[in-house]
Design a protein around this ligand. Structure first.
Ligand SMILES: [Zn+2]
Length: 278
């Protein structure tokens, strides 16, 4: 009889320990998500999106590339993943068939300017021309005008954001995950950075013009899938947005993992980045 009781006791201890081990992960993830930077211009600019579920958007900038973009499209098709391409107008004019294929296969196409200049330092007229020419090239290639825009280098003034949104109707898309793949650190580093930073609602930046990025993608996508992430286009992600609590929950005790979140800050002059990301 006492052996029987001992067995029962062991079983009880075991279930308690397993129960403890199972809990922390999702709870921890939720807190991390709350501390991500909020969009600077609510409803116009997005760095990430507050969503209920493991949804993320992969974005690829500066293409299309004649050789690399088709390779990436093959890979995305094999994984049944929809991504978003922020294309350069000049490249669209050169390879409209690649952009047409991407759109046909369910990917979203966004405007990333005609020749990748720094909007933060340009006249409205020049910015307008860059956007309009690219908008036209995308329309010619895909039959549809884009509804998203990403400024080259993430550089854009608060005033530009407003008039571009009013005039073109674009949502302005930045990012919260940046593997600095343009520095060509090698596929393993690109993958590690993406895996470390990606959270539910993340917008992941990378470039389909660097061979190392394309090389990193098969194992990166496998690993993101293994973590349970689901891939949607940026517009789909925005449509899933859930309102945030009016008082954001305080960061967990200790240091928050990201930069401090400005509570409500009308963004000052250009959002200048130290790096040529985007
Ligand atoms: Zn770019």
């Amino acid at each position: 009889m006492s052996a029987y009781r001992l067995l029962f006791f062991c079983f009880a201890i075991l279930s308690f320990t397993v129960g403890l081990g199972a809990e922390p992960t999702p709870a921890k993830r939720d807190t991390a998500r709350e501390t991500r930077a909020t969009p600077e211009e609510p409803g116009i600019t997005f760095n990430s999106v507050h969503v209920d579920g493991p949804y993320i958007a992969m974005t690829f900038d500066d293409g299309p590339s004649a050789t690399l973009t088709p390779k990436l499209l093959d890979l995305l098709a094999a994984h049944h993943i929809k991504a978003t391409f922020f294309v350069i107008g000049e490249n669209v004019a050169e390879h409209p068939e690649i952009v047409a294929r991407a759109a046909r296969e369910g990917h979203e196409i966004g405007n990333h300017s005609w020749s990748h200049p720094n909007f933060g330092k340009m006249s409205d007229e020049s910015v307008r021309r860059q956007l309009q020419q690219t908008d036209d090239a995308i329309k010619n290639a895909t039959g549809k005008r884009p509804t998203l825009m990403r400024p080259p280098y993430g550089s854009i003034t608060a005033r530009e954001k407003r008039w571009i949104h009013d005039e073109f109707g674009y949502d302005i898309i930045l990012w919260d995950v940046d593997p600095y793949d343009w520095k060509r650190p090698g596929p393993a580093v690109v993958r590690a950075r993406i895996l470390k930073e990606t959270r539910p609602g993340s917008i992941v930046l990378s470039h389909d013009i660097h061979p190392g990025t394309i090389e990193a993608m098969p194992s990166t996508l496998d690993a993101l899938e293994a973590k349970g992430f689901k891939f949607v286009t940026v517009s789909e992600l925005i449509r899933m947005a859930k309102p945030k609590a009016s008082h954001p929950s305080p960061p967990p005790s200790g240091n928050a993992p990201t930069e401090p979140v400005p509570a409500v800050s009308p963004s000052p002059t250009p959002v200048q980045r130290a790096s040529p990301s985007g």
